[in-house]
Design a protein around this ligand. Structure first.
Ligand SMILES: Cc1ncc(COP(=O)(O)O)c(C=O)c1O
Length: 401
């Protein structure tokens, strides 16, 4: 058995990584702890590194199969083993990332002027995927009730009512982009919630694009359910976006998989991607396969470390910075911080975190109008880095009084 030491600090500076090496440029501060973009300051699983080394030794890196047979088997087995979801090899489509897949899906399944539902606050590229394709956002904001985010089902159903819908005619809602688990609020949707959302969306003739990239990043007691696994009807009217990149820290290797069971939807997607969306990177697929086949020993240890990081952070805010409330996540390594009690406008809050606390966070307003007054912190790092960041926030907040 390999025991991983996640406390070890490994410098990422001068490795051409976005998080650390672009931090000064992005935040305009030299001495900043970057806790923004969603990757980890932790090494991945040993079997993944071994599989990559082995592949490099072949020394011929020509065009790969879009979905290698062995990778398809790894995906099929993972879905069966984790979720008891039986998928077919031909349903699997590879892309170099979930974000380009989302942009392509909107392009494939809408026409300019259509509307696409999202749930604000949400991962900011969702907005771009819709608006850059000439579509309108039909916003179904999440409701924050006693520190817990919930779906507003009444509002979701109302989006489809022509009278309530405040959209330029003749927009039609063709799609919803679901974030499951949800970035940034950390919810892991229950079967009941997913079923209700699906009934409304699919019942009204739209399709569900379910971004499940965070599906394996779960805290104690929470279980991810792929939207499409709920029923044959959901399976036939949805696109599931998955990857090993978030779970195993492989984002730079550019590989993700879509599961598109409906032949017509898959053909349309494939037709639309022609010429501008390639399949996944050769090394990315090697890593994905190794992660799904042999990554669990690492994942169990990582999730345990993450659980402790989350508890450490929650405890720290509660006892040392009670002015900021932690929205306790059920999944993802991104934690949504409710800073509204500091009573700063969104830009002032962002400046405060950057200049006074000197931590590089993702600012809430980037996630949509409901994000004002919030900040998102990435806790996938050695605990000593997290502790230093929290100490900086504490000192900055104390200096306000
Ligand atoms: C919900 C969600 N989808 C997609 C991505 C990025 O996916 P990719 O790197 O595969 O484009 C992220 C990264 O943070 C994310 O949070």
């Amino acid at each position: 058995m390999v025991t991983y030491n996640f406390d070890q600090v490994i410098s990422r500076q001068n490795t051409n990584c976005a998080k650390w090496d672009a931090a000064e440029f992005i935040f305009g501060e030299k001495d900043i702890i970057p806790m923004w973009v969603a990757d980890m300051d932790l090494p991945t699983a040993r079997p993944i590194t071994e599989a990559l080394k082995k592949r490099t030794e072949h020394e011929i890196y020509g065009y790969p199969l879009s979905v290698p047979f062995s990778t398809a088997s790894a995906v099929i087995n993972r879905m069966k083993q984790k979720y008891n979801w039986e998928i077919k090899p031909e349903w699997i489509v590879s892309t170099p990332g979930v974000v380009p897949a989302l942009f392509t899906a909107v392009r494939a399944f809408t026409i300019a002027g259509d509307a696409v539902i999202l749930q604000d606050p949400v991962y900011y590229p969702f907005w771009g995927a819709i608006e850059n394709n000439g579509c309108h956002v039909a916003n179904n904001p999440l409701k924050l009730v006693d520190g817990y985010y919930k779906v507003d089902f009444e509002d979701l159903a109302a989006r489809f009512e022509p009278i309530v819908r405040v959209l330029p005619s003749p927009s039609r809602i063709r799609m919803m982009i679901l974030c499951s688990p949800h970035n940034p609020v950390g919810r892991v949707w229950t079967r009941e919630e997913l079923t209700k959302m699906g009934e409304i969306v699919i019942g009204n003739g739209a399709i569900m694009v379910s971004d499940e990239i965070h599906g394996e990043l779960l805290y104690n007691g929470h279980r991810h359910i792929p939207f499409a696994s709920i029923s044959k009807e959901f399976e036939q009217n949805s696109i599931t976006c998955m990857a090993a990149s978030k779970t195993f820290n492989l984002a730079g290797l550019e590989a993700s998989v879509l599961i598109i069971p409906n032949d017509k939807l898959r053909e349309k997607f494939e037709q639309t991607r022609q010429g501008f969306l390639p399949s996944a990177n050769i090394f990315g697929m090697v890593a994905l396969e190794a992660a799904f086949n042999d990554g669990d020993e690492w994942l169990v240890q990582f999730l345990d470390y993450l659980q402790h990081n989350m508890e450490f952070l929650s405890d720290y805010f509660e006892h040392h910075i009670p002015q900021i409330k932690v929205i306790k996540p059920e999944g993802t390594y991104l934690v949504w911080l409710d800073c509204r009690q500091l009573a700063m406008g969104p830009k002032v809050l962002a400046e405060f975190m950057t200049r006074k606390a000197r931590v590089g966070l993702d600012h809430g307003f980037a996630f949509g109008p409901s994000g004002d007054g919030f900040e998102r912190i990435n806790i996938a790092c050695p605990r000593s880095i997290l502790a230093e960041a929290l100490n900086r926030i504490k000192l900055a907040v104390n200096a306000l009084q």
